[in-house]
Design a protein around this ligand. Sequence first.
Ligand SMILES: NC(=O)c1ccc[n+]([C@@H]2O[C@H](COP(=O)([O-])OP(=O)(O)OC[C@H]3O[C@@H](n4cnc5c(N)ncnc54)[C@H](O)[C@@H]3O)[C@@H](O)[C@H]2O)c1
Length: 382
Amino acid sequence: MKKLRTAVIGTGFMGRVHLEALRRTEGVEVAAVVGRESGSAEKLARGFDIPWTADLAKVLEDSSIDAVHVCTPNASHYALSLAALRQGKHVLCEKPLSVSVAEAEELVNVAKDKSLRNCVCHNLRYYPMVQQMRAMRERGELGEILVAQGTYSQDWLLYETDWNWRVDPTAGGPLRAMADIGTHWFDMAGHITGLNITSLSADLQTFHKQRRRPRQQNETFGGKLLKDQDADLIHVESDDFASVSFHLGERARGTMTASQVSAGRKNRLCIEIYGTEASVAWDQERPDELWIGRRNAPNQTIIKDPSLLLAGAQRFADLPGGHSEGYDDTFKQVFRRFYASILDPDLAPEYPQMEDGLRQMKLLDAVLVSSKSRSWIDLPTD
Ligand SMILES: NC(=O)c1ccc[n+]([C@@H]2O[C@H](COP(=O)([O-])OP(=O)(O)OC[C@H]3O[C@@H](n4cnc5c(N)ncnc54)[C@H](O)[C@@H]3O)[C@@H](O)[C@H]2O)c1
């Protein structure tokens, strides 16, 4: 069978995660790694025995390459994805899709016009237990959804000496905690409940109005390892912390907070969905466990075991019970479905698409407007 050929653009944290997951995706071969820093990019590519290049145009002109993965800082997603789509490549872009609604709209339209497969990497949907929550809701086991609430907390930007390109709006966009991790939470809430945010009120806080930017470059989470060094003092406006109250669909309500300054919380996405029949709660730092709450029966904590999951969730669990499936595996689940849909044009896309990325950009826009105007903002219904 013909192997699909792909290229990975960006060789930092996500570049490696995508390369590893692609190695575990049947029927796909990585034809090129596109990087900017010859040293680190070349080293990464060599480790995987894949050619490295800084020449993206050449990769996009290569008609043997079917798709590209965009794994670079947010502000470059639009130009890189657009160039790839225009050259007829299917595009899998990291989140957030862009740094503005207009950019995201254009990407959605170009992908549609050219009938190309497109994905925005909201991989966190594909933990087996997140799929179990969705399957329970689809079967009506939760009843009518009343409340969604949760947090996404990290600590890697707690100190004023912590720095990453995400702090710089020219690379990360105007929002930080909300764009970087808040969008994952909202994508998951929508995926589980099947409801869209219809209105919101947001409050943002920047605890460090100034941060020390190291003169030496560092990758995501890499700042925690750096010691004393020369640094420039930089003015910061993006959110260290955000809280959002929202309306979900017509009747449901919710609140969430996103924080990158919560000591001890490494990557803690917690989500709780309360329905008229039952509740579910899940924590990304304990991904194989799902809490189920009932008013008139004992609560349960179930452990991931494909033989005990609902059919809709079983398809996202590759390993037997007791064999953990985690963050890395969620990428594999997305990639497998993305490439299957390239091979089979009749296959309905079973992964987040650029339209979902656009929905998140509209939400971020509303968060910005709301926090500035200190008011509730309605979101367009689609
Ligand atoms: N889905 C997830 O769970 C998840 C997790 C982390 C990051 N991300 C997203 O992945 C993207 C990358 O984040 P990261 O944490 O890997 O950052 P990173 O800083 O670790 O890596 C970024 C890489 O992109 C390269 N780069 C920058 N501009 C480029 C260009 N124009 N062409 C080629 N290479 C370029 C840099 O040299 C670097 O190697 C971001 O959009 C981020 O939001 C997603």
